[in-house]
Design a protein around this ligand. Structure first.
Ligand code: CO
Length: 145
C-alpha cells in the first residue's frame, strides 16, 4: 500500500540511517575525544584507499559514528577540512541496492557524485549524492554487498 507520496505508508523498505560521518583533522586525537565523550570504545580503524580517507567507527545501537581523516591534503576530504573545518560531513543511509538508489535519485533530479557504487569502509558498497542538490547535506547510500 502506498500513500500520496507514492512511498510505502509503513516501514522504510530496508532503508535506515547506517552512520553519521564526521570530518576530523587527526584521527587518533579524535578517537580519544569521542571515546571520552561517548563512553564507547572505537571498534575499528580502517584506511579506505579508494576514498583517500582513514576511518574510525563507533557503534551506538543501530547507528554508527564514522570519524574521517584525510589521507592526503589534496583529496576531497582535505579540501572540505580546509574550507569548512572539522565537523559533520555526511549522513549515510543503508539501502537494499545502491545502484538502484542512484538511478532513482538521478531520475528525481539529484546530482550524483558517484554514478556507480564504490568500495567503502567495512566492505560496503557506497555512493555519494552532491550536497548542492540535497539542501546542503552530503548524502551517502550504502549496501552490504
Ligand atoms: Co560514510
Amino acid at each position: 500500500m502506498t500513500g500520496s507520496t507514492g512511498l510505502p505508508e509503513t516501514g522504510s523498505g530496508g532503508r535506515r540511517v547506517e552512520h553519521i560521518g564526521i570530518a576530523v583533522r587527526k584521527l587518533d586525537e579524535a578517537v580519544r575525544r569521542y571515546e571520552a565523550l561517548l563512553g564507547v570504545a572505537c571498534y575499528g580503524i580502517e584506511a579506505v584507499e579508494d576514498q583517500g580517507v582513514n576511518t574510525a567507527f563507533f557503534r551506538l545501537g543501530d547507528v554508527k559514528i564514522e570519524l574521517l581523516e584525510s589521507a592526503s591534503p589534496d583529496g576531497p576530504l582535505g579540501k572540505f577540512l580546509e574550507t569548512r573545518g572539522e565537523g559533520l560531513h555526511h549522513i549515510a543511509y543503508r539501502v537494499p541496492d545502491v545502484a538502484e538508489a542512484l538511478r532513482q535519485a538521478e531520475a528525481a533530479g539529484f546530482r550524483l557524485i558517484d554514478k556507480e557504487p564504490r568500495r567503502g569502509a567495512e566492505g560496503m558498497l557506497i555512493a555519494f549524492v552532491h550536497p548542492k542538490s540535497t539542501g546542503g547535506v552530503l548524502t551517502e547510500f550504502c549496501q552490504i554487498p
